[in-house]
Write a protein that binds this ligand. Sequence first.
Ligand code: SAM
Length: 228
Amino acid sequence: MSPTFVVEFGKDTPPAGDDGRLDAPAFHRNCAPILGVMTRLLGGHEGHAVEVGSGTGQHIIAFGSALPRLTWWPSDPSPAHCRSIEAWRRYSGLGNVMAPVVLDAAQRDWPLGRPGFPPDHGTSGIVCINVVHIAPWAVAAGLLAAAARTLRPDGRLILYGPYTIGGAHTAPSNAAFDASLRAQNPAWGVRDADDIAALAAANGLTLAEMVPMPANNLILVLSVDGLV
Ligand SMILES: C[S@@+](CC[C@H](N)C(=O)[O-])C[C@H]1O[C@@H](n2cnc3c(N)ncnc32)[C@H](O)[C@@H]1O
């Protein structure tokens, strides 16, 4: 079944350019804090990094620019979003950001290693921003399974978004957001960090770090080697 999109960039916000580049207002609020953590986590890495649910493509352009030793692979299941990602890629002129691929993270077997797709092993990082709460739990399961299969020993799976901790919301606004998501689709909703940790453990990974982020968001760092 195709994923249902709660977010379709370009519907309510003017485009960033007439070449297909879409603009996400949240990107401008989130980019700098996320980039700071990404730089700490992946700044020493070379090789490949995959973004899941790249949306407009603005984040991966920032990552590609700030972390040039990595080759960045954007993806999204939405063809419209992939067109925007490709437009941002061309606009940026960055040689270390690859063309986007259509990828539904809920698939059990991601088509990695195929022509045009990210490699199927030895990956340094997988990053996923604001996706797992607006998608079925199968997306989290797909992410953890793919991370376990493809990350190198010092690789990291980096998840950004709102999470509950021990079943408790970290802010009333997150609780309201969660209720609105579940009203739209009962399969969606803010995930619990403990459930992510349990899923990680079932896949041989460790929830190594939870980084508090602005506006009651968290970055969850899942590692293969158990280290931060
Ligand atoms: C809220 S947007 C976040 C986009 C981008 N990461 C950002 O922060 O600007 C959620 C994204 O998840 C994507 N998405 C929805 N279902 C998905 C799935 N099953 N697998 C991968 N991505 C998915 C949507 O197409 C959309 O681009």
